[in-house]
Write a protein that binds this ligand. Structure first.
Ligand code: NAP
Length: 263
């Protein structure tokens, strides 16, 4: 691999950890950055810094002060603010930026998906369901407030305990962290008497089994679509394509496309 210089990996995802570990194994200088939202984050190898940078300006200053030559934004597809900040900061500091985003899930035959643009849209979509319906909410603890005033019975699955003040009146919390299996998800949907599933379109295999389970049980899914990426960014859809892109000048990769062939 050509030397991409010191790489800052904006993480908080499995891909961010895998990429940092793979770059380290190739002898690259890597710093991983986490937002610090969770008390027990899974850490990649190598140097890790935790906490915000102070907006796009703060990130640009960090890049210059730490001699960063490449940023990989491997944050979650719904972490839209840090992605905007990274685009602005890299442009200001003259640093290469690659966005690593796993592909979104796409519907297959038999899926009953209703697409909504955001969590408020999901809450609105639930109003069409009977107040006695049971909802399986897998959008995480952040943003659960959007559902607070709904009358339905919720099963909220999250990695950490949410703030009780944010929860809907009738809400049970299941604390769990993927990967989840198809048998497990089907069993859970049946046991809890779920009528409708609400999910973000996070993509990736770790939490996809619930969609297959919902399909098999004929359940409707309220699918929160991803926020759009800022225009003109170079993207890779897997750790391996990101590694290929980092192996040559980022500017050689066409905007909006990951490399398809090793070169
Ligand atoms: P966000 O709304 O896009 O970002 C809000 C602020 O958090 C940013 O402006 C930045 O603060 C700080 N931040 C976010 N990611 C950071 C990182 N990797 N390193 C340093 N600072 C970071 O982000 P979010 O949706 O709250 O997500 C926070 C983190 O959780 C992300 O790293 C993401 O990968 C992970 N995550 C998010 C979700 C989700 O559904 N949103 C799901 C799983 C994991 P400053 O402006 O001060 O720099």
């Amino acid at each position: 691999m050509a030397d991409p210089g010191t790489v800052l990996v904006l993480g908080g995802t499995a891909e961010g950890r895998e990429l940092a570990d793979a770059l380290l194994a190739r002898g690259a200088e890597v710093v991983s950055s986490l937002a610090g939202r969770v008390p027990d984050p899974r850490l990649p190898g190598g140097e890790v810094r935790i906490g915000g940078f102070g907006g796009a300006d703060g990130l640009a200053e960090y890049l210059t002060a730490h001699g960063i030559s490449t940023v990989v934004d491997a944050t979650h597809p719904f972490a839209a603010q840090i992605t905007r900040n990274a685009a602005e900061a890299c442009a200001a500091a003259g640093v290469d930026l690659l966005v690593l985003r796993r592909p979104a899930w796409t519907a297959v035959s038999g899926d009953r998906w209703q697409h909504v643009p955001d969590l408020l849209g999901a809450a609105s979509a639930l109003k069409a369901f009977d107040a006695e319906s049971t909802v399986f909410l897998t959008t995480g603890r952040q943003g659960v407030k959007a559902f607070r005033d709904l009358p339905h019975h919720f099963w909220l699955r999250a990695v950490h305990v949410p703030d009780a003040a944010d929860l809907p009146l009738r809400c049970d919390v299941v604390l769990d962290r993927g990967p989840f299996t198809l048998d497990g998800e089907r069993d859970l949907l049946r046991r809890k008497g779920i009528d409708v599933l609400v999910t973000k379109n996070s993509g990736g295999p770790m939490t996809a089994a619930k969609l297959t389970a919902a399909n098999q049980l004929g359940l409707p899914v309220v699918m929160v679509d991803r926020p759009p990426l800022p225009d003109g960014l170079t993207t890779a859809d897997s750790v391996s394509t990101a590694l290929l892109a980092l192996g040559r000048s980022q500017r050689d990769v066409p905007a909006g496309k990951g490399p398809e062939q090793p070169c």
